[in-house]
Write a protein that binds this ligand. Structure first.
Ligand code: GLY
Ligand code: MN
Ligand code: MN
Length: 412
């Protein structure tokens, strides 16, 4: 499988200039409490170019007149430490998984860097420097940039972010297969929930049922913390307390996903806790479904990404006016207050432009919703969709979502 990662390295190399030296860090897990760390999540760009997800690893690639040279720095085996914290990856395994021939130990990284800069072949240091907020904690790459600039002030620094966006926005067949697998696992998890769902259970029991089912079927784990929001809390987009009892007559909104081979699924279904939608819940549910169908219909090469939001809002507005809940478009934001799509891939909210037209190979979510707090109703339905040459493929189409299909399953 290293061919995929090698191809990604070559695509990056094609965008680099002579004298560019890119350095990517796998990262490290933050400390959680006295003797423990949060579970480690590799920097996704590091994975995209190396196929590896090991803490502390560093990968460099330089473009010279002679071509591209890749070097991977891994942790040195230390059998005393391994008895406490687990086995280290060997050079042989790292080479086989990544396809990178030159593998060194991290201890030699600073000497390597110094020699390279002193040789005069480095004109620009390229780092993964995405910063979502001013106050965001410095990443390993940020810290390295400060440190490097202090030592080598004559070498300029630039970010790889835009190149990473351009590359990761388009999924190849290997990536689509992994996303499909993540979606299938999510389907299994939702089936397990439908098997047990009934009034009197707690939201966290649905969360636990899902996590158990996806892990039992081979998922890496959850792609993000499960939202199991019933009743009025379903209007809270990122509700994660999941601590309430499920009441007869309420709906429960489940926004969840499995991760497989580092790739994410992101699915939402909304179920009636007692197995049957009330007439009002059904009316609102079918409006959300109609908006989703209208958006999916529009997904094909050439459609501006931003049109998806317009189509969603137009459909919701028309339908809510027709049932008398609102009287003009300006009132829609009371009941619908998020975007309808984002890119999906290694990250749940994956790298990718939104100011662009849809093109084959993009994978996006379609997730309209309506949130009517005064009626205890929060409904979102989320599908994962691949843009194809001729239109689209709904990767999650097998997960039941019509009122009839959900009620039929819950009657069993
Ligand atoms: N699960 C997060 C989202 O739907 O965007
Ligand atoms: Mn979601
Ligand atoms: Mn989503």
């Amino acid at each position: 499988m290293s061919a995929f990662f090698e191809n990604n390295r070559n695509k990056l190399g094609a965008r680099m200039e002579i004298g560019d030296l890119a350095v990517l860090f796998a990262g490290k897990a933050p400390k959680s409490t006295a003797d423990a760390h949060y579970s480690f999540m590799s920097n996704k760009n590091f994975f995209y170019f190396t196929g590896l997800t090991r803490e502390h690893f560093i990968w460099t690639i330089i473009k010279t007149e002679k071509g591209l040279e890749s070097t991977l720095f891994i942790e040195k085996p230390d059998y005393d430490i391994e008895k406490w914290i687990g086995r280290k990856m060997t050079k042989e395994v790292a080479k086989e998984k990544s396809g990178i021939d030159d593998i060194q130990y991290i201890e030699s990284f600073h000497t390597f860097m110094n020699k390279l800069v002193q040789s005069g072949s480095v004109k620009c240091l390229c780092l993964d420097l995405e910063r979502l907020d001013w106050d965001e904690k410095d990443s390993v790459a940020d810290e390295f940039a400060f440190d490097f600039k202090k030592r080598y002030p004559h070498v300029s620094i630039k970010t790889l972010h835009q190149i990473e966006v351009d590359l990761r926005m388009f999924k190849d067949d290997y990536e689509v297969e992994n996303i499909k697998k993540a979606v299938d696992l999510t389907h299994k998890g939702l089936e397990a929930i439908l098997d047990v769902l009934k009034p009197g259970m707690f939201e966290y029991q649905l969360e636990a049922t899902f996590s158990h089912a996806i892990r039992m079927n081979g998922a890496d784990g959850n792609s993000f913390p499960t939202i199991a929001a019933s009743g009025k809390d379903a209007v809270i987009l990122h509700y994660v307390e999941n601590d309430k009892v499920l009441n007869d007559g309420d709906l429960v909104l489940l926004d969840l996903g499995a991760q497989f081979n580092e790739y994410a699924a992101d699915i939402t279904r909304t179920f009636p806790v007692n197995g049957k939608f009330s007439d009002r819940q059904k009316t609102i549910y079918n409006i959300v479904l109609k908006a989703q169908e209208a958006v999916i219909e529009a997904i094909k090469p050439g459609t501006p990404f931003e049109d998806l939001n317009k189509i969603c809002k137009n459909t919701l507005t028309e339908e809510l006016i027709s049932i008398g809940l609102i009287s003009s478009e300006s009132e829609l934001s009371k009941y619908y207050y998020h975007g309808v799509s984002h890119h999906l891939g290694l990250d749940v909210h994956d790298l990718g432009l939104r100011e662009t037209q849809l093109k084959p190979g993009m994978v996006i979510t379609v997730e309209p919703g309506l949130y009517i707090e005064e009626e205890n109703i929060g409904i979102r339905i989320e599908e994962d969709v691949l843009v194809t040459e001729n239109g689209n493929e709904v990767l999650s189409k097998d997960i039941p979502k019509t009122v009839e299909a959900i009620e039929a399953i819950m009657k069993r």
